[in-house]
Design a protein around this ligand. Sequence first.
Ligand SMILES: Cc1cc2nc3c(=O)[nH]c(=O)nc-3n(C[C@H](O)[C@H](O)[C@H](O)COP(=O)(O)OP(=O)(O)OC[C@H]3O[C@@H](n4cnc5c(N)ncnc54)[C@H](O)[C@@H]3O)c2cc1C
Length: 358
Amino acid sequence: MLGVPAKVRAFATSGLISPLGKLRAAIEPLLPTTADTDSIGDYVRSRFGNQIHERLVDPLIGSIYATDSDHFSMAAVPQVAALTASRSMLLAAGRARAAAAKSPAGPIFSTPTRGLGALIELLTQRVTALGGRILTGETVSAIEKVNTSYTVSTSRGQHLADAIVIASPAKPSSHFIRPLDTRAADLLGEWSHASVVLITMAIPASQWPARLKGSGYLVPKPDQRWVSAASFGSNKWAHWRPDDGSMILRVSLGRDGLEVMHFDNEKLINLALADMKLHLGVDMTPSEIRVSRWAESFPQYRPHHFARLAELEHSLGATAPGIVFAGASYRGIGIPACVQQARTAGEATLAHLASLHS
Ligand SMILES: Cc1cc2nc3c(=O)[nH]c(=O)nc-3n(C[C@H](O)[C@H](O)[C@H](O)COP(=O)(O)OP(=O)(O)OC[C@H]3O[C@@H](n4cnc5c(N)ncnc54)[C@H](O)[C@@H]3O)c2cc1C
C-alpha cells in the first residue's frame, strides 16, 4: 500500500528495516489516534517511526511525485489517506490488501507502446472530428472579463470566450488570471513545482549483470546523492528490448529539495554513472545516452493543498464564473487524475454555457 506495510511475513523478513524499526512499526495498532496535519511524513513517522517512512513510504511516494513527502499533502495520495480512516493504518493496509487480492490483478506497468504522444494524437483526432479547433504555439498572457464573456490575450492575438478551462500549470496560470482576480492569482502563485532530469541509456548486454532481473529500484532520501530512482526499462517493457540484448536503463535525478537543473548534460551523466556504480557495484559505459530535462514539471501539493484550491475556486467562481481548472496542478498529478479532471471540467463548462442561454 504505497510502502505502508500490508504483508506481515514479507515485512517481518525484509532486510530493509532494522529489528528495532520493525518493533517500532509493530506497535502501531496500539497507538492512540494521530492528529492529521495533512503531511504524509508527519503522519507516517508518528504511526510507524522514521524507518518505515524513510525506507518504504517516502521512496515510493517521493519517486512518483518527485517530492519530499514530509512536505506533501496526504489528501493528495488517496491510497494512503484512505488508510487513516481507521485508528490503525497497519490493520487498514492489511484489509485493503486482502480486498485488492480478491479483484483480478492487471499488469503492474502499462503504457501506450507508441509513446504517450499517442494519447494526444487520439485526443486531437476526436476533438477535430467533433468540429473542435485546436490552436497550438500560443502563450496566454491575460484573461479579462467583458460583460459575461472573456477576452483571452495570447502571443498571437485575442480570442473571445464564454467559458474557459485553464489546463496550464499553476505558475503561468497565476500570471494570466491576475486581471480577473488578484486574490486567486496570489493563491495560485504560492504553488511550487519540482524539476527532474531523466537519463536514458543503452547498456551493452556484456556489461549488464545477470542478477539484475527486477524492474529497478528507489533510493531512500538518507542515502540519496543525485539519483532518486532507476528503472530497468528492458525488464519492464517488451517494446524496450533491443535486438542486441542491451538494457535500456532510465535513471531519475532531482526532486523537490534536490535541484539538478543547473548541471550541464555531461555533469549529469557523470553523476548518474557514479551513483549507479555506488548502488549496483558495476562500472557502465552506455552505448547511447539521452538526457531529458523536465523543468518545473511536478506540481508540489503542500499540506492543505485542497483547502487552498477550494479558496481559489471560491474566489474565482465569484469574480469570473465559467472559468474552471483542470490538470496536474489542481486535483491529482497523474494522467488518470488529469483525465478525470478534464471530464469534470467539461461537465461544468456545459452547465455554465447552458445557464448563459437559459
Ligand atoms: C518525467 C515525468 C514522468 C511522469 N510519469 C508519469 C507516469 O508514469 N504516470 C502518470 O500517470 N503520470 C506521469 N507523469 C505526470 C504526467 O506527465 C502529468 O500527469 C501530465 O502530463 C499532466 O498533464 P497536464 O495537461 O495537466 O499538464 P502538462 O502536460 O504540463 O501540460 C500543460 C500545458 O500547458 C501549457 N502552458 C503553460 N503555460 C501556458 C500559457 N501561458 N499559455 C498556454 N499554454 C500554456 C504547456 O505548454 C503545456 O502544454 C510524469 C511526469 C513527468 C514530468
